[in-house]
Design a protein around this ligand. Structure first.
Ligand code: ZN
Length: 110
């Protein structure tokens, strides 16, 4: 694991903790920092990070609090309070699929 990957992991933890405290602005700040680190180092963001952050407004998503989660045709659809949707294939074994390209709405800079 590289230093950059560790930083992203750390920022993800901080964002999650801030969101749990109801500090959405602080969580968004950490989310943006993590995105920037990933971009600068050309690293993919971890799956969990992508799933729990909004591509549109960088909010750290808390299902039941500021995001709604639905299952639809084998997909998980997460709707942020800002109105953005993210759709993921539903897989039971999270870490078994490495070819995942992330949310269909994302622009991974490619
Ligand atoms: Zn949003």
């Amino acid at each position: 694991m590289t230093v950059a990957e560790e930083r992203i992991g750390r920022l993800h933890d901080l964002a999650r903790a801030a969101a749990a405290d109801g500090e959405d602005d602080r969580a968004r700040y950490y989310v943006r920092l993590a995105r920037r680190v990933a971009e600068r180092n050309r690293l993919p963001l971890p799956r969990e990070f992508r799933r729990f952050t909004c591509d549109d407004c960088d909010t750290y998503l808390r299902p039941g609090k500021n995001a709604r989660v639905r299952l639809q045709n084998g997909h998980v659809v997460i709707t942020c309070d800002c109105g953005a949707h993210a759709r993921y294939p539903y897989t039971e074994r999270e870490d078994s699929v490495e070819s995942d390209t992330g949310p269909e709405s994302s622009t991974d800079g490619q």
